[in-house]
Design a binder for this molecule. Structure first.
Ligand SMILES: [Zn+2]
Length: 134
């Protein structure tokens, strides 16, 4: 499955998430990169479960199916203000580290852009993976 092969591309080594603060249904599907993100100072938490067609993790959680990084953020940080979305500061859509996302308006998210921070080879792999999953 292409999407599983994509994860080692981002993180040469990954370990289980060592926090008990998350419910099992979320924690068991997250692997932590060994490398710390150079700008954010902490490692990405990669979602290994299902993703939606845009490449965001999908969690079965609380009787609904939110995107995984929102579910993790609400568990560990708190409610996301109505109308705001979480912008990935690390640019990895499947990353669930609450320190790697920031609540912003949809307009601000668009203005910040996304594609420019991807290495082209990685971006094309993500697109392929997302399409394979659609
Ligand atoms: Zn991240």
């Amino acid at each position: 499955m292409k999407i599983a092969a994509l994860i080692p591309l981002a993180c040469p080594g990954m370990t289980a998430l060592g926090t008990d603060a998350l419910p099992d249904n979320l924690r068991r599907r997250i692997l932590v990169c060994e490398e710390v993100h150079p700008r954010l100072g902490s490692p990405c938490w990669m979602w290994t479960g299902r993703t939606n067609r845009n490449g965001y993790g999908r969690a079965w959680h609380g009787g609904a199916e939110p995107v995984a990084h929102r579910a993790v953020y609400e568990e560990l940080v708190g409610a996301i203000p109505t109308g705001l979305i979480l912008d990935h500061l690390c640019r990895w859509r499947r990353c669930c580290n609450p320190g790697h996302v920031e609540p912003v308006t949809p307009r601000e998210n668009v203005l910040r852009g996304e594609a420019i921070l991807f290495a082209p080879a990685i971006a094309s792999t993500i697109t392929e993976g997302a399409q394979a999953h659609a």
